[in-house]
Design a binder for this molecule. Structure first.
Ligand SMILES: [Zn+2]
Length: 180
């Protein structure tokens, strides 16, 4: 794990929680997905934009394609859908899930609060890059039998992102803006 100097113990503790939650969304079965759709039949009507990847400030599909060409040229991600997650009435208080990937369904979801004017493009790119990386870096089983997704190889690849340090710092400094 990479921590910036000056990071408080509290923030470090948060970081661990965040790292876990970042990948909390394990593949749901197709049935679970359709059940969820049935449970929220009005969700589609509430959308103002025609495509789920279009936001007010960012088009996720454009960024995904750019990252795919730039960082995944040898093993491009194919058949993936990227979309903004649903807006929820209540913002989380304890932690924030910027993005998730469901590899079974090949869906990357990005939290809609990142579709904001104060979010730098390179930070959103970093979040998407992180999720895309999960599709190409294999998980590992640790000595205790626990599955690890943020492996040493994952960390190494993550640091290849052009604004990695800047993005991590921005995340630490701006997290409070996403929590209420
Ligand atoms: Zn992750």
């Amino acid at each position: 794990m990479f921590l910036f100097s000056g990071l408080s113990a509290l923030r470090a503790a948060y970081r661990v929680i965040f790292a876990k939650v970042f990948d909390a969304a394990k593949p749901l079965s197709a049935m679970a997905s359709s059940k969820r759709k049935i449970a929220h039949p009005k969700a589609a009507l509430q959308r103002l934009l025609p495509f789920n990847h279009e936001g007010k400030y960012f088009d996720l599909k454009t960024i995904f394609s750019r990252l795919n060409a730039q960082y995944f040229r040898r093993t491009p991600l194919r058949g993936y859908t990227i979309e903004w997650g649903r807006r929820r009435k209540l913002a989380p208080k304890e932690y924030f899930v910027f993005g998730t990937i469901q590899e079974e369904d090949r869906i990357i979801r990005i939290h809609p609060r990142l579709d904001a004017a104060f979010v730098p493009t390179w930070f959103l790119e970093y979040v998407i890059y992180h999720e895309m990386l999960h599709s190409v870096v294999p998980d590992e089983i640790g000595p205790t039998g626990r599955r690890r997704v943020h492996t040493a190889e994952f960390d190494r690849r993550e640091r290849e992102f052009y604004f990695y340090r800047r993005a991590r710092r921005w995340e630490e400094e701006n997290l409070a803006r996403f929590l209420r």
